[in-house]
Design a binder for this molecule. Structure first.
Ligand SMILES: [Ca+2]
Length: 247
């Protein structure tokens, strides 16, 4: 009787397992799909698309962006207060560009004051980077995509990995839009290469448009958001899982 029960349970489990969604994320060639989202077509001008407040964005459906919080890296890091911004994105594909408008709730506009030079008797070049802003952090957001052709699973959400480098499209309040690269935690390098973007803050909400290259029919993206008022910087941030942008 015991053996019969085991056989029945084994048969039930075998029948159920294929129906359960795999809790992993990969590109379409992998074992499971990332969260699929669709980029709409638009005949609007690039300048209209690059204005996050243009009416053209009202015709595009908003996709909720569900955010996690990274765990504290050091004992001195503040604890997760449980707050999560309400975030969404709208996507438009035009020619070889993906226009992504990301909005999220943030009641504080945070930036880092420009570096100040203090009068002293030392060599000026040694002191020109002095600043009072060591405990102030900026609001920022980033769209992460795999670099180059992707084989197998999507890159690690922690800034990619050695076998799966990522390209980072950063917006940092007060500094604008620049491209970065990474191949694992702590490996981020920022270029001076700008890319088109737009940022505005109204009614306790950031609205930021990223214009990214999109040369393939589908592209994985992941979102990261930093709130300077919560001492977010570097690896302390909100982040999403992978989304698969399709046309
Ligand atoms: Ca803020």
């Amino acid at each position: 009787m015991v053996l019969m029960r085991c056989v029945v349970w084994a048969a039930l489990i075998a029948a159920l397992v294929p129906a359960l969604p795999a809790f992993s994320q990969s590109h379409p060639g992998g074992s499971a799909a990332a969260l699929p989202v669709t980029a709409a077509a638009s005949s609007a001008s690039p300048s209209a698309l690059l204005s996050g407040d243009n009416d053209v964005w009202d015709a595009v459906s908003a996709v909720p962006v569900h955010l996690n919080h990274t765990p504290p890296l050091y004992d001195t890091d503040g604890k997760d207060d449980g707050y999560r911004p309400k975030a969404s994105m709208r996507l438009i594909r035009q020619d070889s560009l993906l226009y992504l408008r990301l909005t999220w709730t943030d009641s504080t506009v945070d930036s880092i004051p420009a570096a100040k030079r203090y009068a002293d008797a030392g060599e000026p070049e040694l002191y020109k980077r002095q600043s009072e802003a060591i405990d102030q952090f900026r609001d920022a957001a980033c769209i992460m995509t795999p670099s180059g052709k992707l084989e197998g699973a999507n890159p690690s959400l922690v800034m990619g990995d050695v076998g799966h480098p990522v390209t980072l499209y950063y917006w940092r309040n007060g500094e604008g839009f620049v491209v970065g690269e990474a191949a694992g935690r702590g490996s981020t390098t920022m270029s001076t290469t700008p890319f088109p973007g737009y940022a505005s803050h109204q009614a306790d909400q950031w609205k930021v448009v990223f214009a990214l290259p999109m040369s393939t029919a589908s592209m994985p993206i992941a979102v990261a958001i930093w709130d300077g008022s919560r001492d977010h910087r570097d690896g302390l941030k909100y982040y999403s899982l992978w989304y698969e942008v399709n046309q």
